[in-house]
Design a protein around this ligand. Structure first.
Ligand code: BTN
Length: 242
């Protein structure tokens, strides 16, 4: 299945090994040209909230640096939406039903398929550039995290080609998305969740996601707007916890 495209449109730098593609690509921030960096392995893959990200051979470890003209920083959630939806569409192209765990994990069932780390560079109230880091499990060894992670190959029951998945992902990243499409892939819409905010936690029902990425929930009859920077969510579906 050939996916001709992106190689011609955006420069792609390929590495065998690097500490972190998100860190490596920063050297291009002083330029002004969009570029993607992909590595077979990362020795210090970075996750959100200062966590590390397991990055063995067989996964896709990709960072895409994009420069913008006039792009209000208040719209920057669009960048996250685009990345998460592109991953879901890629998974679907290989027969896997992946869903977004708000705001930026991509899951199959309850297992993590992909993590996304976005780092923005601002210029006043505008987004000057974004680094979109995507770590997608294709056929990497997940034996140490089997209970919480999965790969596309595991889901389809055969070893997929990393190159083929990568080409499709680059294609999908260029397609753009909408808040409606992001919503359609969201695992939490209409579901009961436990909202964890520092030491506090409470149950809530998820009503909607706003175009700026904040989540509308209802807890004990009260409507609340939640920002991903402050909270984490645990889906309550199929759990006995109250
Ligand atoms: C998360 O799940 O916490 C986010 C993980 C993001 C991992 C990707 S892999 C490519 C890029 N380089 C990194 O060091 N991190 C991101």
């Amino acid at each position: 299945m050939p996916f001709p495209l992106t190689e011609k449109r955006m420069k792609i730098e390929r590495l065998q090994e690097v500490d972190s593609t998100n860190l490596y690509i920063r050297k291009y921030l002083s330029g002004g040209e969009n570029i993607a960096v992909v590595s077979d392995v990362q020795t210090s893959g970075r996750g959100t909230k200062g966590r590390s990200f397991s990055s063995r051979k067989g996964g896709i470890y990709l960072s895409v640096l994009t420069f913008y003209g006039q792009f209000p920083a208040s719209d920057s959630f669009l960048v996250m939406m685009n990345a998460a939806v592109a991953v879901c569409r890629t998974a679907r192209a290989f027969g896997v039903d992946a869903r977004i765990k708000w705001p930026n994990d991509v899951l199959v069932g309850e297992k993590k398929l992909c993590g996304i780390l976005i780092e923005n560079s601002l210029s006043g109230s505008n987004l000057r550039a974004s680094i979109v880091g995507i770590g997608l499990n294709v056929c990497n060894d997940l034996s140490d995290v089997r209970d919480i992670a999965t790969s596309l190959s595991e889901e389809v029951g055969r070893t997929l080609s990393v190159e083929e998945v990568f080409s499709r992902l680059m294609c999908e990243l260029e397609m753009g998305t909408s808040v409606e499409e992001y919503r359609s892939y969201l695992a939490v819409l209409g579901k009961r969740v436990r909202v964890c905010e520092g030491e506090k936690s409470y149950l809530a029902q998820v009503e909607d996601v706003l175009p700026d990425g904040r989540l509308c929930v209802v807890s004990e009859g009260k409507k609340m707007i939640l920002s991903a920077a402050e909270i984490t969510l645990r889906l309550m579906e199929n759990k006995n916890e109250a």
